[in-house]
Design a protein around this ligand. Structure first.
Ligand code: FE2
Length: 466
């Protein structure tokens, strides 16, 4: 090394290596090799989003900064095909990793009030109005993607009517075809929620006042209500300097707003302070005391702050990314104004999913990932919960094999069905595993061999019959 050799700021970054290392190629493959049998009933696409830097990051890299890449597997008549494509965001098209900065290298405008990050659309993917939408957790421009090819169509602005941005974890109501979304800002004491019709027209948009700026990650949706989170976590310049991206404000309560989906005053419910990344599902229940709006979600378990020095300047990031959460239910009575919180289980799990076609309606089961005994975010198995009894059943991947957030696809005749997930191993091989939910501990009914590694990533969805 001579004096002119730049120091690699990401040398100790675990999220650019091994299971997380980006892939460079955009691949299309047909008639994939299958061990076992793909159920003939499976007809549709499983899609998963995740960070995949298009070029080596120049500065300190946060896992959340990578350019969005979609991986998709389509099933029809027992056959499978695969594709992966970058999400062609405005910021990727205009320079990718060398363009806008990431979390640790943010730029602040001269007024000090606007933080600009590269909008990567790398966080979630949903299926609405015949298109996939790639979404970003800081709230960005949704990117419409062709569900047959994964080619980017355009930045989606709902006929030019979208006033601001759309955050990740927007919800699609499969019964009405509507999309319900939220938007937030790093510095403003407010958030926004809106509804888009089945054919892509913005039908509602509303501002919600908050006691201060907040960093919500998810939302809930029921048949008649949107559920918004005022959680005591905020963006902080000091936290960024300490290589964190957010900071917990312990003296504030957790507040949950129930807002009529068609618009109206939010009804607020206060709960003991906590943070929630991901909502499991939400629904309405009629009780003798009135309508209860019910939100099931994974509640973060306070674990102190124990950064592991082996990760150097990335120790704080790695500690926060080791999600430690337990499933809870929050019940909010719309007549009495009373709220109560119930714990479903004390085991740790996250990245919960339900039957996407039943989102917003009561579901008996949910499916979550369980974590490897390791600070890095990697999933060693899946757990099926009975949300009424808390009873659970587990499926473990083979040793050294790690999964993704799955999708659940119901059988035609009932509650059970199949879980579909990408897997990756330490040798660089990836598969799709299809697991029968009525026999969770059994071997997958099918293992589909993929032509390249799928880096560990974030969220996915199922699109029927595409
Ligand atoms: Fe998320």
């Amino acid at each position: 090394m001579n004096d002119m050799t730049p120091i690699n700021p990401n040398k100790q970054n675990p999220y650019l290596k091994g299971l997380y290392a980006p892939v460079a190629e955009e691949v299309s493959a047909q008639n994939l090799e299958v061990v076992g049998e793909i159920p003939n009933s499976l007809h549709g696409g499983y899609f998963r989003n995740g960070p995949n830097p298009a070029s080596p990051p120049a500065g300190m890299h946060h896992w959340f900064d990578g350019d969005g890449m979609l991986h998709g597997v389509w099933f029809e008549n027992g056959n499978a095909r695969y594709r992966n494509r970058f999400v062609q965001t405005q910021d990727l098209s205009s320079g990718g990793a060398d363009g806008m900065p990431g979390i640790f290298e943010r730029s602040i405008d001269v007024a000090g009030r606007t933080v600009n990050y590269r909008d990567t659309a790398n966080t979630d993917v949903i299926y609405h109005n015949g298109k996939l939408l790639a979404l970003w957790y800081i709230s960005g421009k949704p990117v419409a993607v062709d569900p047959h090819t994964l080619e980017t169509i355009a930045i989606e602005n709902f006929g030019g009517k979208l006033p601001r941005n759309v955050s990740a974890h927007s919800k699609v109501d499969a019964v009405t075809g509507e999309l319900v979304f939220f938007d937030y800002a790093l510095y403003e004491p407010k958030m926004w929620t809106g509804t888009v019709s089945a054919d892509g027209a913005l039908t509602h948009f509303q501002e919600i006042a908050l006691p201060g700026p907040r960093l919500p990650h998810d939302m809930g949706m029921t048949e008649n209500y949107t559920i918004l989170h005022d959680l005591p976590v905020i963006f902080s310049e000091a936290a960024i300097r300490n290589r964190l991206w957010q900071i917990h404000v312990a003296d504030q309560p957790t507040r949950i707003a129930v807002v009529p989906r068609k618009g109206g005053e939010p009804k607020w419910f206060e709960f003991p302070t906590c943070y929630i990344y991901h909502v499991i599902n939400s629904w309405e229940e009629e009780t003798p005391n009135g309508t209860e709006v019910v939100m099931a979600a994974c509640k973060m378990v306070p674990n102190g702050f124990k950064p592991d020095p082996q990760y150097g300047p990335f120790a704080a990031m790695a500690d926060v990314l080791a999600l430690r959460a337990q499933p809870f239910i929050w019940r909010m009575n719309m007549q009495t104004g009373e709220g109560r919180e119930e714990q479903i289980d004390d085991a740790l799990s996250e990245f919960p999913v339900v039957d996407t076609l039943k989102a917003g309606r009561k579901t008996k089961h949910s499916y979550h990932v369980i974590f490897d005994d390791c600070i890095e975010q990697r999933f060693s198995g899946l757990v099926k919960y009975d949300l009424e009894t808390g009873k659970s059943e587990r499926h473990y991947f083979p040793k050294g094999v790690f999964g993704s957030e799955p999708v659940f696809v119901a059988n035609d005749d009932g509650e059970e069905g199949h879980l579909i997930t990408f897997t990756s191993d330490l040798a660089g091989k990836s598969e799709v595993h299809i697991i029968n939910t009525s026999d969770m501990s059994a071997e997958p009914v099918a293992k589909v061999k993929l032509p390249q590694r799928v880096p560990l990533g974030f969220h996915g969805t199922w699109a029927p019959a595409v």
